[in-house]
Design a protein around this ligand. Structure first.
Ligand code: ZN
Ligand code: ZN
Length: 213
């Protein structure tokens, strides 16, 4: 799986342009905004966009979804239905964060844990990782040893859990039981900040190594 990370929105949210090099079929994961920049990047890499995939329902991750899906006439896949209340509240989210108004939408497909998403010759495995939001998912691609984690875990930190239906213990359980069991050399692509690896976070992330209890 090829991946180009494109930071968008005032929150520097990492939208991922992903594709299968053998077929050039690809998708945007978390198109939070700045859709013209996203479209230009896909054109530059000659990627044929066939899906929009969402890790969770927060505005900085989904704000450009309706525009991107309409531009390419492609379906929206994910997140898990547990985040429906966030997508339904997109107008309120845009007011709260001072973003341009974002229309609520319903994805064509809600995701569940252990689902798979096909992209050309690639298979993405879905991990349901509640805690930051109840419907948060991560996407694992084994052949390239990559996982896209949204706001579950960051280099040296973890997602906030002070939003409605956030749950700190649930987030820790998701990280330790679903992300930290992936191969140590797997590259982690967080929704904000730099990439990292499973082994690096196991060794140095204070929330994961238990140094902060
Ligand atoms: Zn978030
Ligand atoms: Zn975020």
């Amino acid at each position: 799986m090829e991946i180009v990370v494109i930071p968008v929105t005032p929150f520097a949210q990492n939208c991922s342009l992903i594709w299968d090099a053998s077929t050039m079929k690809g998708a945007f994961v978390d198109p939070g905004g700045e859709t013209e920049k996203l479209i230009a990047t896909a054109s530059k890499h000659n990627v044929e966009i066939e899906k929009v995939i969402l890790t969770h329902g927060h505005l900085d991750h989904v704000g450009g979804t309706v525009a991107i899906a309409a531009h390419y006439e492609v379906p929206v896949i994910g997140p898990h239905v547990g985040d429906k209340f966030w997508l339904d509240a997109l107008m309120q989210q845009s007011q709260m964060f001072g973003f341009p108004p974002a229309q609520p939408f319903t994805p064509q497909t809600w995701l569940n844990g252990n689902d798979t998403i096909t992209l050309g010759s690639l298979t993405l495995e879905v991990l349901h990782c509640p805690g930051h939001t109840p419907g948060h998912v991560a996407l694992v691609e084994r052949s390239s040893n990559k996982v896209i984690v949204g706001d579950i875990i960051f280099a040296g930190s973890i997602g906030r859990t002070d939003f409605p239906q956030g749950n700190h213990q649930q987030l820790i359980d998701s990280i330790t039981q679903k992300i930290m069991v992936l191969p140590g050399d797997m590259t982690i692509y967080p929704g904000h900040g730099p990439t990292t690896t499973v082994a690096k976070e196991k060794a140095s992330n204070p929330y994961v190594s238990g140094r902060f209890g």
